[in-house]
Write a protein that binds this ligand. Structure first.
Ligand code: ATP
Ligand code: MN
Length: 260
């Protein structure tokens, strides 16, 4: 009982520290109690030391920088690495229907229809997708930990700020970039995954390296719409690189991706 009280006190201090964080002040209200608890667990488990400021505020999730803990330092092989934390809102009213993206995925059978269950499964799916993509040889943020509605991953960027999206940069060598993306799409597909929202907005360039991000909605090839999603990804990517002067169509890209 005394231990429980002491734990509660520490948790209250943690919550206060986050609420007092200058760069989070305006947003502190977005965290509900369960989210504070998840963040606190990630701190205790050594993944996170301190929360930084927001990088992006989206409809379903906000992304923050943070100082990684010992666990993150071990995995990433750096002292006090910066990490990115994606915090999903359990109660966002304008969720695109996440459940539709869990259909047919053998990893997430038997997920109930409660919103919180679906969101939690979604975050686990994003983590599992990042792991699978990584193992398949696709450059993605290194997935570090997942706790309820919070995902911790490698931060892609520098002190000066997050890495720029492909859409935000002047692509210096579009042919090379295209070949890298095409190869990543093929590797993902071989590993049984379709990104499902691939475009110049979900690829970033860091240190001359192309990194694919935002794998939450990625589905396995078992998904009833996997083929449609892949065709759409191919159309989006081909359209972007066509504008960069590359001679490619969505169909050609699709053929390349699925060819074995
Ligand atoms: P959106 O709806 O804007 O696409 P989202 O909720 O789908 O957002 P992401 O695309 O995963 O979330 O992340 C939003 C933005 O945050 C990205 O475009 C990128 O700029 C930044 N970001 C995400 N993950 C990382 C990371 N690991 N390192 C650095 N920046 C990141
Ligand atoms: Mn995105």
């Amino acid at each position: 009982d005394r231990i429980a009280r002491k734990r509660d006190r520490k948790f209250d201090q943690f919550r206060k520290r986050i609420k007092d964080n200058e760069s989070l002040k305006v947003e502190a209200s977005v965290f509900d109690d369960a989210t504070y608890a998840a963040l606190y667990k990630l701190v205790q488990d050594g993944w996170v030391d301190a929360l930084g400021g927001p990088i992006s505020t989206g409809k379903e999730a906000n992304v923050y920088t943070a100082l990684g803990g010992d666990g993150a330092a071990d995995v990433l092989g750096a002292d006090a690495p910066e990490v990115a934390i994606k915090v999903y809102r359990i109660n966002a009213s304008d969720f695109r229907d996440m459940r539709d993206y869990l259909v047919g995925d053998p990893r997430f059978e038997g997920i109930g229809s409660k919103k919180s269950q679906v969101v939690i499964a979604w975050v686990r799916k994003e983590y599992a997708n990042l792991q699978r993509a990584r193992r398949a040889g696709v450059r993605v943020p290194y997935p570090l930990a997942v706790e309820r509605n919070v995902l911790v991953m490698e931060y892609i960027g520098a002190e000066e700020g997050r890495a720029k999206r492909l859409a935000e940069v002047n692509v210096e060598n579009p042919q090379t970039a295209y070949e890298v993306v095409r190869e990543y799409m093929r590797r993902l597909h071989t590993a049984g995954l379709v990104h499902g929202d691939l475009s110049e907005y979900n690829m970033v360039i860091h240190d001359g390296e192309l990194v694919v991000i935002d794998l939450g909605q990625a589905v396995t090839v078992h998904h009833p719409n996997a083929r449609d999603f892949l065709e759409r990804d191919c159309r989006n990517v081909a359209a972007f690189f066509s504008r960069q002067g590359i001679d490619v169509t969505g169909d050609e890209l699709y053929e390349f991706v699925v060819e074995d």
